[in-house]
Design a protein around this ligand. Sequence first.
Ligand code: GLN
Length: 307
Amino acid sequence: MKTPIPEYLVEVLDGTQDGGEVASYIPELARVNPDRLAAALCMSDGRLYTAGDADTRFTIQSISKPFVYALAVQELGLDEVLKRIGVEPSGETFNSASLDPHTQRPDNPMVNIGAIATHALVRPDATVAERVEHIRAGLSAFAGRELELDLNVCSSELETAFRNLSLAYLVRSVGGFEQDPRGIVEGYTHQCSLLVDARDLAVMAMTLANAGINPVAKERVVDEAVAQQVLSVMTTCGMYDATGDWMTQVGIPAKSGVGGGIIGALPGQVGAAVFSPRLDDVGNSVRGVQAFERFSKDMGMHLLKAP
Ligand code: GLN
């Protein structure tokens, strides 16, 4: 690319068109500045490039899901996790109340029902606070920085978490976990309330793309096979019921969150993150999707592009 990367990132962000609405089902999220816009790229050698509001922190929300899945697979082993949570795209909305009719498992760990089941698998005998702290520390290792919780967003979401509670009770009813569903939703909601900026997310994405080694801290966070498993599930399920569109248009393992973040991880090459709070109907950042379409086209990032 001829343009220096920082200027290129500014150009990409400037080229995106606004649209959509901030998530309002979590009252505190409706209060964020909808015009915030940031992008960050982390290279395999740890070099970082940022543009826009790259220091603005926002809640990680569903982007926590692949990382907590990574912790679960690392700690329990893939076979144990697969007994409880599948790897098939659900084709349904992110908060859909569905289990695989044959196995009674959540379809995958990227939709809420599967992420709630995944949360319960991490340190199953710990208290809610201990599990949250373990997950906070684990995601901090991916980011290479001590992450903090936004307790306002967390309590705001918990006040109206009826849907997630019903999903947790559904999984509990078929023996997907043994703990009290209320504590699992409490812990899962804390997990979603971790504060990150675009730079953190780019490093976290690059850690997955770098076979589990944080490229900045140069420390292994999860095994190579675990990182590959997580990227595979992101490829088929990361963008909810828009994953087919995403894979054809952008072609990068990815995950979005209702806080407005999107990460993309191209194995061995780059971890990318965009933040813009206005979301489309599916729950993906409108400008984030456009920015990734540009990245993919300009940098030839589509996984299935012929060499
Ligand atoms: N905490 C949110 C929820 O459970 C996360 C959803 C999302 O980011 N798509 O509803």
